[in-house]
Design a protein around this ligand. Structure first.
Ligand SMILES: Cc1cc2nc3c(=O)[nH]c(=O)nc-3n(C[C@H](O)[C@H](O)[C@H](O)COP(=O)(O)OP(=O)(O)OC[C@H]3O[C@@H](n4cnc5c(N)ncnc54)[C@H](O)[C@@H]3O)c2cc1C
Length: 326
């Protein structure tokens, strides 16, 4: 469906990146043959195909033999897209869920006023805002790649955010879908489309493990990225983040042989991302959101299920902040 494609192909000097146009400068189609469209779980409007190239025209991009190094620049950009896309799916889920809960009455009250539901909506909102903040902070780091501190932060925050935000999305979307009850399971609600889309960003451009392992690579090859992460977390000046930050630093210092380190990769990526989210929320969000996040994701035991916020959480404030009004 695209006008141009980046492809890798073997040139005499090794694997090389090429820019392949769909339509040639003279107006005729390039020799790209679609063998079949893939029958995908979702994401159908963004067609994927098996294709063959017979005498197709492609222009070299970057040096011959430097294909992977060249195309990886695109991968970094599209990994950011994955984080932004997943954060957007969550936000859409929150918008649909809070709207439905504000208008549907059950057992004598609107759903949003049923305490068990208010807690679910608040937790959905907290997760969504944390994802949005991290995605936008990452986007700023990508935009300021000429600043060494921002480049170092991007190196560690990109795989961590790609791993964590994309991983959280299917759970989040499923819970938002459930807020609509049976209607959420029906296509007209729009929620099944979000649900089918929700696992994709985690697979795209390197699946969960691949990104978690990339975080280990960042720690090994660019140690300054860890300093940049620590500075970003410390910028919150919040005592609640100190011990969890030390725990991560100790774990990194004690990483063993490559296999032992790889077994820790998911835990590390999740903690690196969650502490960044906590710092951002403390600095830029409503205290009700930041406190709920810290209590359930940083200092408290994660339950894996949304809607279990501490009784002290100002759930109404959190839900009102996230609700769509018109
Ligand atoms: C809708 C869609 C569109 C796509 N579009 C494109 C496209 O335009 N261009 C393109 O080039 N590709 C495209 N892809 C491919 C996509 O980038 C890959 O599917 C994705 O990066 C995962 O790679 P893989 O399929 O080779 O899985 P594998 O690399 O085989 O991974 C399989 C599983 O093993 C895990 N794994 C891999 N390595 C390790 C390891 N060392 N340790 C532990 N676990 C590991 C992964 O996390 C994953 O869970 C698309 C995929 C989808 C679903």
């Amino acid at each position: 469906m695209n006008d141009v494609f980046l492809v890798l192909a073997q040139a005499p000097g090794g694997l090389t990146c090429f820019l392949l146009p769909r339509v040639l400068p003279g107006g005729e189609r390039n020799r790209v043959t679609l063998v079949r469209l893939k029958d995908k779980l979702g994401n159908r409007s963004n067609a994927s195909s098996e294709l063959e190239l017979h005498d197709a025209v492609g222009w070299r991009l970057g040096d011959e033999g430097a294909g992977v190094r060249t195309i990886i620049e695109m991968v970094a950009a599209t990994r950011l897209d994955c984080v932004l896309g997943s954060a957007s799916l969550m936000r859409r889920g929150v918008a649909e869920a809070t709207w439905h809960a504000a208008h549907r009455s059950a057992f004598g009250r609107t759903l949003v006023d049923q305490p068990a539901m208010t807690a679910v909506l608040a937790d959905l909102a907290v997760e969504s805002e944390a994802a949005t903040m991290l995605a936008l902070r990452l986007a700023a780091a990508v935009e300021h790649a000429d600043d060494p501190a921002e480049a170092a932060l991007r190196r560690i925050a990109l795989p961590a955010a790609k791993f964590w935000v994309c991983k959280r999305t299917p759970t989040h979307v499923a819970e938002a879908l459930e807020v609509l009850g049976g209607n959420g399971y029906v296509e007209e609600s729009g929620m099944p489309l979000l649900f089918r889309e929700s696992p994709l960003n985690s697979i795209w451009e390197g699946s969960g493990n691949v990104n978690a392992l990339d975080l280990l690579r960042a720690l090994m090859r660019t140690p300054e990225s860890l300093d940049a992460w620590r500075d970003e977390v410390d910028a919150a000046g919040d005592e609640r983040l100190l011990a969890p930050t030390d725990e991560v630093l100790k774990a990194i210092a004690g990483l063993g042989d490559p296999d032992a380190a790889a077994a820790q990769a998911r835990w590390l990526a999740s903690r690196v991302a969650v502490l960044l989210q906590a710092s951002l929320l403390v600095r830029h969000s409503d205290p009700a959101v930041a406190d709920a996040f810290v209590a359930t994701r940083v200092t408290g035991e994660p339950t894996g299920v949304l809607g279990m916020l501490p009784a002290t959480t100002d759930v109404r404030a959190v839900v009102e902040r996230a609700s769509v009004t018109c």
